[in-house]
Design a protein around this ligand. Structure first.
Ligand code: IMP
Length: 412
């Protein structure tokens, strides 16, 4: 069965890039459907470490076509720079298909983001994501297809960029010409591929708790990050063979907003250092804490995950005990549900269960039975609590550092 969704189950940075790259070893298409260059998907393979922002992670495999569907917001300048960086690593140029309906991020979007204060108040990635999606909804956005009819583009640029408009337009037309062989009807191509039985991996960006509607609003990104973003952002109706939620074995978040299990002291510091928890897009230190199973169970409910990938389990090696949040306490009561209000979540105190840790390093382990008993128990506790099997366990940065516990895509 050919369609697989890979969705962040926390606040982003769950190591989706690695999981997508792994699953795309036999995929024909890898599709980004939401977000833009705010994403930072890291892949470590034979060529070294690639930090991807717009290029779909699967497209690092020469056999896999990378699709940027119409739900993404596209920064052509950033895409050009990203491709140059990949070429600098000696990689073959990824094959790409860019939806002509995708909205463009323009220099004035980044300026507006600073001016309106969202960058500071929410701790955004400063890539112009919010303003670009806002223009789209307000029906004043510019799409890739508009570059082939430049009169309207010129008019918009004159209104936004004043004297710089001519220069921005000239650059946009150069970028249009450079990318025009890759521009097309992504929906039709995708529908055709699915009909033909090709294997398609949908690569979510950010995570469920940053979703515009299901996340910790207003501390969220401006697009749907859940599985529901796939029909929204691609225009195809998909029967998924698997909906894989990717969750880190602990919790991180960048930017502002509630994070009930945050550890501000030595535990947080240790997770940050051993997990190299610095933003792939902005370099900011990530806020770190224990695994939040209330939040994870909520993400499972929103997305209907059929499988989980639990990543970076190796980072937990060496803790004598490990905590996992199994409920919250707020308003003087124990609560099992994930609140809709960020204000309530700011006041939620985690109720922890303590599990035994393990001393052994487990980096690169590929066999579940080779994990220390306490690590096996940790994984089993997670899947039993949320009711979704952990099919993949990440034990290191490289694509092959993964334990496969169930058949997904026929991998064994
Ligand atoms: P924006 O997407 O740049 O508007 O940022 C909104 C919020 O989402 C901020 O808290 C960002 O730190 C967060 N965010 C956006 N993209 C990512 C990502 O790929 N990983 C983690 N956090 C992200």
């Amino acid at each position: 069965m050919p369609a697989i969704a890979v969705i962040g189950a926390q606040w982003g940075d769950e190591a989706k890039g690695k999981i997508v790259h792994f699953l795309c070893r036999r995929a024909d298409l890898c599709v980004r459907f939401n977000g833009g260059p705010n994403a930072g998907h890291t892949v470590v393979d034979a060529h070294g470490e690639a930090r991807l922002h717009q290029v779909p992670a699967g497209a690092l495999h020469p056999h896999c076509l990378g699709v940027l569907a119409h739900g993404v917001v596209l920064d052509l300048w950033a895409l050009e720079a990203e491709l140059a960086e990949l070429a600098g690593q000696g990689r073959p140029p990824p094959r790409l298909l860019l939806s002509e309906r995708a909205h463009l991020i323009l220099p004035y979007h980044r300026r507006r983001e600073e001016r309106e204060g969202a960058a500071q108040a929410l701790g955004t990635t400063r890539k112009g994501i919010g303003p670009a999606y806002a223009d789209r909804a307000a029906r004043r956005g510019l799409r890739l297809v508009d570059l082939f009819h430049p009169e309207r583009v010129e008019e918009r640029l004159r209104a936004e960029d004043g004297e710089e408009a001519a220069q921005v337009l000239a650059e946009l037309l150069r970028l249009r010409d450079r990318f025009s062989p890759a521009v097309g009807d992504a929906r039709a191509a995708l529908a055709h591929a699915l009909r033909a039985g090709q294997t398609v991996v949908f690569e979510g960006a950010q995570g469920t708790l940053l979703d515009l509607d299901w996340g910790t609003y207003p501390y969220v990104t401006s697009s749907p990050t859940t599985v529901h973003g796939i029909p929204w952002g691609t225009g195809v109706r998909v029967e998924f063979a698997a909906v894989v939620g990717v969750a880190k074995a602990y919790t991180t978040r960048v930017g502002a907003g509630p994070l009930p299990t945050e550890e501000r002291g030595a535990v947080g510091e240790r997770l940050r250092e051993s997990g190299r928890e610095y933003g792939a897009t902005t370099g900011r230190p990530r806020r770190c804490g224990w695994l939040d199973l209330v939040a994870l169970r909520y993400a499972c409910a929103i997305n209907g995950f059929t499988h989980l990938a639990l990543t970076k389990l190796d980072v937990l090696s060496g803790f004598s005990e490990l905590k996992v949040a199994v409920a919250y306490r707020w308003g003087g009561r124990r609560r099992e549900d994930f609140p809709s209000s960020a204000d309530e979540l700011f006041h939620a105190e985690p109720v922890y269960e303590t599990l035994p840790g393990w001393g052994e390093g487990i980096a690169g382990v590929r066999d579940f039975s080779a994990l220390p008993k306490a690590a096996q128990r940790y994984v089993r506790f997670v899947e039993e609590f949320v009711g979704v099997p952990v099919a993949l366990v990440g034990t290191g940065a490289r694509t092959e550092d993964v334990i496969v516990r169930a058949e997904i895509l026929g991998y064994t």
